[in-house]
Design a protein. Sequence first.
Length: 385
Amino acid sequence: MFARRTNWNLSPNRLAEVLARRRAAGLQVLDLSASNPTECGFEYDARAILDALRNPAALEYHPDPRGLKNAREAVRAYYARRGEEVSADNVILTASTSEAYSFVFRLLCDPGDELLIPVPSYPLFDFLADIQDVSLVRYPLFYDHGWHIDLHALVRAITPRTKGLIVVHPNNPTGHFVKSVERQRLNEICAERKMAIIADEVFLDFSLQSSLQPSLSLNRDALTFTMSGLSKISGLPQMKLAWLIVNGPEKERREALERLEVIADTYLSVSAPVQVAAKSLLEQRDGFQEQLMSRVRHNLAELDRQLSQKNTCMRLEIEGGWYAVLRVPATRSDEELAIELLEQDGVYLHPGHFYGFPTEGYLVVSLIAPTKSFAVGLAHTLARL
């Protein structure tokens, strides 16, 4: 009865089963995997947010496949404050970055066509690709005094069916940004082969470096689709507003926008209230980002302090984002270690294989977890190592 594309193994993994049992029993869980900012103790300007959603203009319906002009102008203003001039005409609003991915996958790929994705990286891509009948081919990231794209392996992975490549800038969970020399080479590779670049920049604002990192939204040498949204920028995942920016050679950019407009018009998924509120909701980012980066730096300092007393593991270098990767002794599988931590210490974190790390010996911890939980959970983790 059902399509092969949804024939996933839906059985919970062992770690998920242990977590469910522990929560059902009412036992404490120190969650070092936290990704939902609304559950991490940050303060929001509730009045300003709710007032923005009470705008009477939301009672009117003026469908625009690219999104309401005022909302797209709010996105343009966001980039302008970063010093980057994005045209509102190149913006397509979506309900989420997942939807933005699905639009691009449909635009570029016939069933069985391929897209290159980095590894390690977030596992969401597999489900998005399955739903859109797209095949994924991995290209590796490697660590050598920081993370880098293996450009030689990336080129070797290209086949006649490769339609584009995905970069996550900064990557989740490695926290590294695409370097300028990598960006130049990716543009050359894609321009030569008529491939597209798909840039996921949801964590772009969360840099631990001294200056803002440049967006790929201004890319002009190769057709480029850049996406972000309120979920991370303003810490408002429940508001369901994201965007897709199209840039590149003029002919390809124009045709891509025309086709995307038809796809978007077919769904018209973004609600009027959130579009009307877009400017106000984006303005919430300053207070949220200040709190979040303070938390990230505090937890990172605590991580380094505790690691300085433990010479059996280390953290890998981070340039931005919300996560840290720990290199730990590979005396057992990462999943077995994560299960033992959860069962014995009530600490929940992600094993490296969740993100596609090629070998054992990696754990991923969230740096936005509440500081007390983070310190206690980390102490339990390092003690067990």
